[in-house]
Design a protein around this ligand. Sequence first.
Ligand code: ZN
Length: 270
Amino acid sequence: MSRLFDPHIHMYSRTTDDYESMSKAGIEVIVQPSFWLGSPRTSVGTFRDYWEHMISFETERAKLFGIDHYVCISVNPKEAAHRPLALEALNEMQGFLNRERVVAIGEIGYNLINQSEEEIFIKQLEIARSQNMLCMIHLPHENKKKGMQKMEKLLKIQRKGNYDKSKILIDHNTEETIEKTLELGFWAGLTVYPITKLNPRRAMDIIKKHGSERLMINSAADWGISDPLSVPLMAREMRKEGFSLTDIENVTLYNAFNFFKQSNNFKWKL
Ligand SMILES: [Zn+2]
């Protein structure tokens, strides 16, 4: 059985049974980005408690199943409009960035694609740049193309020798965005979901067309209808489809490993 890496999964919303099946399916390492908890936050303390919970509790829970667990810290675009709370949370975030297990800022980006989201997005890109951290950026669920265009502009303007594209992962790509993500030199996430987002067929067609370099599969499993076994599922479907072992391992292990190992806090070894 091959070794597997799920670089985007929200275990906060998953059960212990999920850990059980993930570990049996060969998942050895996971990254859990910060997400929107499903209801509006009422104070900055809820950010603090959430980040602490992921760093401490989830890491221990994963460990019980032989899974190495890492965390990305961020203020979600869905929380960007709540002022001054979003700004207070950005301030609070600073205390967590150097914690053990924290490997990136994320997920950040656009949701509705508006000005208040952009402000919080840029502030977090700047924090990542100034602290030389990795960044996990997600594409909006709707209007992906528009989100991509805005981001391209933003990263180019801001980049001016500042942003290191090898430290940026753009996630939730589809057929509409993948070419641009790769052309710009970023790492690219493909999220495989049972219903919405990509199914294995579509993800495989993207890999056939664009190759397996810099691409990584994730489950982005959360509260909704999602599958914590998307990565092993893809590995199996790719085997059935006749993909080379190199391609399979690139998208289910090596690319995610090569991206996250750029963080000093990422200790998992091949
Ligand atoms: Zn997510």
